[in-house]
Design a protein around this ligand. Sequence first.
Ligand SMILES: [Zn+2]
Ligand SMILES: [Zn+2]
Length: 214
Amino acid sequence: MLEIVSFTLGPAQTNAYLVADSDTGDAAVIDPAWDGQIILEAAKTRGWRIAHLWYTHAHFDHIGGAGAIADALNPLPLVALHPNDHVLWRAGGGGAMFGFDIDPGPEPTIDFYDGQILKLGSVELEVRFTPGHTTGHCILYVPSSGVCFCGDLIFAGSVGRTDFPGGNWEQLEASIRSQVYTLPENTRLLSGHGPETTVGEEKRTNPFVSENSL
Ligand SMILES: [Zn+2]
Ligand SMILES: [Zn+2]
């Protein structure tokens, strides 16, 4: 069964998620935002082994804790990211623009693609390609738990910014409609910033992408 530990870390108050199959102890970090040692400690307390770092996208505030996590692990975790965000990853996630020089950790060697199935113990996660906030943004949907890790695609009552390099409003809106609003209404949305919400709640009340403004 999927177990989720959430953290809000770093200068942009980014949500990081430590996830594991609690039956096997196989763990991954979705967006190791900042302060990697805090995430490591939470895994250690539970006896979980972090084997993967999964990035919804490569902005610095979502990967700033990767270096500290990788430094403490042997073998190194496998890092996965959509190839369209590799350039952004190489540029330190755009942190220099805000005065942050992060340790990005190991190079991503696993390429996310739409429809890819990731395995954590016996838990399956589905990669959904959702460009718009960045050109390589992806979300991770867990059908067995009714949970979707949304990164900076959609937030409770808001949506991801499209004014950074690679941002595109039409793509963002299309990604939300085709990849989020098609999920079951009671699916929990765990975003990169702010509180959790559900698909049904956002369809009814999100002021930026409402269900009816087609
Ligand atoms: Zn972002
Ligand atoms: Zn963010």
